[in-house]
Ligand binder design. Structure first.
Ligand code: NI
Length: 171
């Protein structure tokens, strides 16, 4: 049972962001409440995607709304994301890595298979921003953040902000 009231945005380098998340066993009211809470947190922070580990819950579940609107939010439970196409670098940020906006290489296309909140499995082909968002959120449930994906030059550029986040987590 997840305590929904305790769900808060987690920031790098929180441990929950660095581990592989567990499958959702059953889509029940508790999971639906978690998703509602994640939607509120994502919209409040003006994000376009949010994964459960980012609110402190190590489950394989994320949400995406490419235009940041409530009506276009979709939930992906126990997803599989299979990238294809070429690699392309583009700017990315992450609500769990505040203050850093940096070029990340992602595949231009991917296929996603997941279960929705009604328990129905679906498969989609994605490209562009949608493909990028799916790969970013899938990384979160595999314990990977943009900090892991940054190249050495970006790490140097953003070293002060990375140190600030590390120092803050030790307080
Ligand atoms: Ni993120």
């Amino acid at each position: 049972m997840i305590d929904i009231d305790k769900c808060r945005i987690t920031h790098y380098p929180a441990g929950v962001l660095g581990g592989r998340a567990e499958p959702v066993e059953e889509i029940n009211d508790n999971i639906r409440q978690l998703v509602d809470k994640m939607i509120d947190i994502m919209l409040k922070n003006k994000g376009v995607g949010l994964a459960a580990p980012q609110v402190g819950v190590p489950l394989r579940l994320f949400i995406i709304s490419l235009d940041g609107s409530r009506e276009n939010v979709r939930a992906y439970v126990n997803p599989t994301v299979t990238p294809s196409g070429a690699l392309e670098a583009n700017d990315e940020g992450c609500l769990s890595v505040p203050g850093i906006y940096t070029k990340i290489r992602r595949y231009t296309k991917c296929e996603v298979t997941a279960t929705d909140l009604d328990g129905n499995e679906f498969t989609e082909q994605a490209e562009g921003l949608y493909a990028r968002a799916l790969q970013h959120e899938y990384d979160h449930i595999e314990g990977i953040t943009i900090v892991n994906r940054m190249g050495q030059p970006a790490r140097i550029v953003h070293r002060k902000q990375l140190k600030k986040l590390q120092d803050r987590s030790e307080q």
